[in-house]
Design a protein around this ligand. Structure first.
Ligand SMILES: [Zn+2]
Length: 440
């Protein structure tokens, strides 16, 4: 028995029909799809496996698929991801012919090689086959559905089926102003002991600040999401790296603090932007996806912002997912001074007794895998005893499938790398984080 502290059970309910059709079109090995080769940095083979593992599946099947690959009894901790506002534009700007043309070329380059993308005839034939997928050209920016309640229902159902094997984390974007009594009311209804959800997941690069007023208040007596979670010792997991996914907007309203690189510290958004509207330098669609995500992560997810949260709520049970991210971990292992995300995880674990960090999605899209044994020897063993008690095993399945198709191999890699300590990071530590008693 072990605990996978970080995985995902979401299905195609999070995607709009047009997005689903597009994904199918590029994965079906049609002339539109670049069937062999890569989709940017991702092997097409993995992309298809990713669709089968998640998009075309159900939460129950995802759990049983994981159990089959693990070949062992295990507990899954699926994290919800509320994408309701990740792609909705704050303004209804008309797309100019120039932008349309640029996006068209980007799309073809995304799907095909540079050479193909410079051939006008090929471009036109691809675009004509892509009719119906115009959203990717920027005409309609809604890629995700408002799936908050669909996801809640899906996870409640899987929880009811696997009572003592599935412990889901709730998630709600603070921008859901339509919820009666605010998001904390909804969280209280679903999260806690004897509730279907055991914890809360936040993913701030989706377009909100770690100090959004519903989460954080400069008066710690005021009841906010963090205050309530701290008081009730509800575990909170936050995406913590400058990689992964972010909102696809070019501008949006932002409340609370953003990190300002020029100042080297968090600044109140209202002091920085007219009408609280953040405007990003990079725009979507883009071929420089990693830089695009990084810009949003630095503004909305920088370690300094999370330090502010911990200064205000020092007993908050907070899991920094991904230990800063695989790119950061690799840099840290190479003694790079740029590895400040990973470095800050270690510092915050030292400063706050309820800070955890999970090792999910250790593999990177660039095929430069993080050596688990190196991490164990150089990072894990250098931590103090009480800090080692707060390192958690996690996979990030089925996101992981984009980079590593075999969940069983992922597990074996960690068992080998951590040897006797694997039990510690995959059972005792997660049980403490989740307040689960009597798991062995
Ligand atoms: Zn994840």
């Amino acid at each position: 028995m072990f605990i996978d502290s970080h995985c995902h059970f979401f299905t195609k309910s999070i995607l709009t029909d047009t997005t689903i059709s597009f994904i199918k079109a590029i994965s079906r090995r049609t002339p539109v799809g670049n069937a062999k080769g890569t989709l940017k940095n991702i092997e097409m083979e993995n992309f298809i496996a990713f669709i089968d593992a998640g998009i075309e599946s159900t939460p129950k099947k995802i759990y049983t698929d994981m159990a089959l690959s693990y070949e062992e009894d295990f507990i899954a901790v699926p994290k919800m991801l509320d994408l309701s506002y990740a792609s909705h534009p704050s303004t209804d700007e008309e797309i100019s012919p120039d932008t349309y043309d640029r996006n068209k070329r980007l799309l073809v380059r995304f799907l095909h090689s540079k050479e193909t993308a410079s051939n006008e005839g090929v471009i036109n034939s691809i675009i004509s086959r892509l009719n119906g997928y115009t959203l990717l050209l920027g005409n309609n920016k809604t890629y995700f559905t408002k799936s908050l309640f669909t996801q809640i229902n899906e996870l409640v159902e899987v929880k009811n089926t696997f009572q003592d094997r599935v412990f889901p984390f709730f998630s709600v974007d603070p921008r859901h102003t339509e919820i009666e009594g605010g998001i904390l009311n909804l969280i209280k209804a679903y999260v806690g002991r004897d509730k279907p959800f055991i914890g809360l997941k936040l993913y701030t690069p989706l377009g909100y600040s770690p100090t959004d007023p519903s989460l954080y208040n400069s008066d710690r007596q005021v009841e906010t999401v963090y205050q309530w979670c701290e008081k009730n010792q509800i575990p909170v997991t936050v995406h913590f790296s400058d990689q992964g996914f972010s909102n696809l907007l070019n501008n949006h309203v932002i409340e609370g603090h953003v990190y300002l690189p020029e100042a080297g510290r968090p600044v109140l958004a209202k002091d920085l932007y007219d009408d609280n509207i953040i405007k990003y330098k990079s725009s979507f669609p883009t071929l420089k996806y990693e830089e695009f995500v990084k810009e949003r992560a630095i503004s909305l997810n920088h370690p300094s912002l999370w330090r502010m949260v911990l200064e205000q709520y020092p007993k908050l049970k907070l899991n920094f997912a991904h230990f800063g991210g695989s790119r950061q971990i690799l840099m840290y292992l190479n003694n790079s001074s740029l590895a400040y995300w990973t470095k800050s995880v270690i510092e915050m674990m030292g400063d706050y007794q309820n800070v955890y960090s999970d090792l999910s999605c250790f593999d990177t899209p660039n095929q430069s895998y993080v050596p688990v044994r190196d991490f164990y020897e150089k990072v894990y063993l250098s931590l103090k005893k009480d800090e080692r008690d707060r390192v958690l095993y996690g996979s990030d399945y089925f996101m992981l499938v984009l980079f590593e198709k075999n969940l069983g191999s992922y597990l074996k890699k960690f068992k080998k790398g951590f040897s006797k300590e694997f039990r510690h990071i995959s059972l005792e530590n997660p049980a403490n984080f989740l307040n689960l008693k009597g798991i062995r």
